[in-house]
Each structure stands twice: as structure tokens, then as C-alpha cells.
Design a protein around this ligand. Sequence first.
Ligand code: SAM
Length: 281
Amino acid sequence: MPAVRMSDQEFRVISEFIHQTWGLKMPPAKRVMLESRLSKRLNRLGLTTFKEYTEYLFSPLGLENELVHMIDVVSTNKTDFFREPGAFTYMSQHILPEMIAGRGAGVKKRLMVWSTACSTGEEPYTLAMVLSEFSEKYPGFGFDYFILATDVSRKVLDKAQRAVYEHERVEAIPFDLRRKFLMKSKDPTQRLYRVVPELRSRIRFRHMNLMEDFGLREPMDLIFCRNVIIYFERETQAGLLKRLCDQIVDGGYMIMGHSETLNGMNLPLVSVAPMIYRKVA
Ligand SMILES: C[S@@+](CC[C@H](N)C(=O)[O-])C[C@H]1O[C@@H](n2cnc3c(N)ncnc32)[C@H](O)[C@@H]1O
């Protein structure tokens, strides 16, 4: 079915709405993608023009029911287990020992980690594997941790919560960790794996739009904010990162994606390694 045509005015209105609601950039280069993907929504709704679609979108019914679908049309959910693995190695080898020695984080009080745009769950489950391995390696510490994993898309959060992944997805996990932390489907015709309950119980998945108040009471020791700010304008990035910094304890860490730079943003962070920043008072 061919895409429905979107006028310049309709593109301006819709892209501005997306920007205002989720902070996502919608430059003219994305117009064809938006037109084609939203055309499928029009079809589903039995609408034939973008005029009808915008009328629906801005009606009380549309604002209530359409946003949950629209975010999946406009956002990128690409993720992997052990994505940009240097960050996890650095966390185990440097951050955790330093935090335990310094503030007793994870020992006197459980370590709080936040995966801010967790997509389908690969990032928080990777974190849980690495943190559990660390805890086992040093049983004397009595190391304890908790992971908050948030995303604005309900669809990815549902998948994350199910914790079921195809064979190709789990291949990025080192073999010994796969054996330890994944259960294979009993049905031999399905090459599916589920994360073990012990790791699942360490993570709380929650719906959150990072453009809104986080509503979190507990401060975080570590925040993973990877591969999400690239979709925001620089001003939006700086505003979000300032609020995230307020959520980190002094001496805590912010972990970014490898293509995301915080240069010139005037944040209370110092760079300690590629992708890794420590919060300073
Ligand atoms: C490319 S994925 C990154 C996943 C993971 N952090 C990683 O690095 O592999 C980006 C995620 O950001 C989420 N996202 C986009 N805008 C958001 C917003 N305003 N608030 C919260 N999450 C958002 C998307 O739904 C998507 O799942």
C-alpha cells in the first residue's frame, strides 16, 4: 500500500509535536520515513489523510490512545547484549572496587544502577550478569545491587519484562554467562532463551519519558544513558544531562554511548575513560 502524502504544514505540526513530547529531533531528512511509517497507522485507524490523523491525534481520544503507538513509529530501539562492552569491563575492574573502598557502595547499602533508555532489556540484563559475576567473585564483600530500567516505549518494556530472546540475540553473551544465566526453551523447535529468575528479580522495569520529571526518590550510584541523547537536540541533551547529574551521588558515575560527547556542556562530570564520567561535587 503506497504511503499517504503529508503536506509541509502537516509535517511541521507532527514533527514539532514529536519534538515537544519526547525530545526527538525530526529534521526534514526524516520526513519520508515518518510519512511511510505513519501511513501504516492511518491504515490501522481507517483514516485516509494526515489532516484526519492530526485531528484524531490532538483530540482527547487520540492523546489518550495514539501516543503509545506513535513513539514506536518514531524511535529507534536498536540494542544488544554486551553492547560497547568496554563500559562493563571498566565498571567491574575500576568503578565497583573504587566505590566499595570509598563509600562502601554495594556493601553498606545496595548499589543503585539506572539504565535510562533500556529498550528491549539487553542493557539491564547485561548489567545484572556483570554485577552478579562481580558479587560471586568477591563473596567476602556481601555485594548487593538493584537496577532500575526505564524506557518511554511500552512495547519494548513488555519485551524486556518477558526476558525471552532468540538464539541470534544471545550469541553476544559470553558462553559461560549464557550457560549460567539463560534457560533454553524446552520446545526443541524453538531456539528461545529466557533470563533466569534470579537476575530478573534484580531489575525493576518502569515506563518513563526522560523529558518529564523522573519522580525518583533514591539517588543513583551509576547511570547508564547510552545511545539515546543522540536523538535529541543539543539543548535538550544538556537539560536532560543536568537533571540526570542531580540524580547521581557525588563520586557516582555516568556512562554514555561511544558516539556521545559531553564536551562544553558545563556538567559536574569529569571524564575518566572513554564513555565514563565521574560526578564531582
Ligand atoms: C537505541 S535505544 C538504546 C538502548 C540501550 N540504551 C543501548 O545503548 O543499547 C534508544 C531507546 O531510547 C528510548 N527513548 C527515546 N526517547 C526517549 C525518551 N524521551 N524517554 C525515554 N526513553 C526514550 C527509545 O524508546 C529506545 O528504546
